[in-house]
Design a protein. Structure first.
Length: 72
């Protein structure tokens, strides 16, 4: 199974994000968020596509981020 994760796009100004080594970190209203896409890709083998997508979307939407994920 191959995975492709798109770049995250900020929906609000003042959001700082940083991506390095497959980890995306950002701070929004003094709250720190982090997603490790390397580990997530490994875990995707264990979950249904819908559950994984919902998990990512839920985490990102809490910081007003929008993310798209395709599982090829």
């Amino acid at each position: 199974m191959r995975h492709k994760v798109c770049t995250m796009a900020a929906m609000k100004s003042g959001v700082q994000s940083k991506k390095e080594n497959g980890i995306i970190r950002w701070v929004y209203e003094s709250v720190f968020y982090q997603i490790d896409f390397v580990k997530l890709r490994l875990k995707m083998m264990e979950y249904e596509k819908e559950k994984v997508y919902f998990l990512i979307y839920t985490v990102c939407i809490s910081a007003n981020y929008e993310i798209d994920m395709w599982i090829l």
